[in-house]
Design a binder for this molecule. Structure first.
Ligand code: MTE
Length: 307
């Protein structure tokens, strides 16, 4: 596909210590893509593919300074303050359930077999704020195809690390840990569904879910689970953290939908982070603007019932 490139990065190349090298490799490897993220024909091509928005991305400081990551506290600046304690090297991901090649996969090995690319996505939190984020990552489908999804699999479940010594929020019991999320298999295999490993030209900041987090741009942000240590292929819908916490307020699907309000607030509009105190709210788009690409996944479903 145009604008994609084979990655020769591995984890040791993208640690902060090797920033300069990783940036050079990323730029060299990406060719016009990385430059095109800012301006030019490469981006237009991607926009035509429906993968990348041409809206202006939020700054690195905004994206890494205003976060939800309850393992590190519930304040928007708690993750940036506390996540430095998270050990991300070594890191491995257990892939199990209905797969041909289950196992504990080192992060290096995962990166070795996938194609990294930049995707500039809108990101809409269920709390009615939004950002535009230039992620770097690979399609989840690439990884799932590599481990071999068996025919009985219908859902994918994800879990975040639980490290009481490194995560001050764990002892607070805000949620029933580990943080859990899930997708239907066809949602997981959709080309928009990304496993992100970085943003801008940086490795993923810890507060954004280093070293590996999910990004599902047409769903509310809480579906985009951070710092993943387990991926399971299942034949049944898995329990998910916010749905377990409050079934009435947070559905399994949680597709962005301006017509279905949260029981306690409207979802019709959103505040773009960094817009300033007096900026107008912007209208929220069906499926967060990805309707053309994903509406077909939900044909015949009542989106009020399956919120
Ligand atoms: N993943 C974990 N493990 N823990 C969390 O608290 N918060 C979710 C999601 N993933 C969360 C998580 C919510 S509510 C949002 S809006 C996004 O992460 C925020 O991602 P960001 O901080 O990168 O913007």
């Amino acid at each position: 596909m145009a604008g994609r490139y084979r990655s020769d990065l591995n984890w040791s190349d993208v640690t902060p210590k090797a920033d300069f090298l990783s940036r050079r490799r990323l730029m060299a490897g990406a060719g016009a893509l990385a430059v095109g993220a800012m301006a030019g024909p490469a981006m237009a091509t991607l926009s035509a593919n429906g993968f990348t928005t041409d809206e202006k991305p939020n700054s690195f400081e905004e994206i890494s300074g205003y976060n939800n990551f309850y393992e590190f506290g519930t304040g928007k600046d708690d993750p940036a303050r506390n996540a430095a304690a998270l050990t991300i090297d070594p890191w491995s991901v257990k892939i199990d359930g209905l797969v041909d090649k289950p196992g504990d996969y080192a992060f290096d090995d995962i990166l070795g077999g996938v194609t990294l690319e930049e995707r500039i996505y809108r990101f809409r939190c269920v709390e009615a704020w939004s950002m535009v984020v230039p992620w770097v990552g690979f399609e989840l489908a690439d990884l799932l195809n590599r481990v071999g999804v068996q025919s009985g699999a219908k859902y994918v479940a994800f879990e975040t690390a639980v490290r009481p010594d490194e995560m001050p929020g764990i002892s607070r019991g805000y949620l029933d840990w580990p943080y859990r999320e899930g997708l239907r298999l066809d949602e997981a295999m959709h080309p928009l569904t990304l496993m992100a490993t970085g943003l801008y030209d940086q490795p993923m900041p810890k507060q954004n879910g280093a070293p590996l987090r999910l990004v599902v741009p047409w769903k509310y942000g809480f579906k985009s689970i951070k710092s993943i240590v387990r991926i399971s292929l299942l034949d049944q819908e898995p329990p998910t953290s916010w749905n377990m916490a409050n079934r009435r307020e947070y559905g399994f699907y949680s597709n962005v939908n301006p017509e279905v309000d949260h029981p306690r607030w409207s979802q019709a509009s959103e505040r773009k982070v960094g817009g300033g105190l007096f900026a107008a709210r912007q209208p929220t788009l069906m499926f967060n603007g990805y309707e053309d690409q994903v509406a077909g996944l939900y044909t015949g479903m009542d989106l009020r019932q399956n919120f």
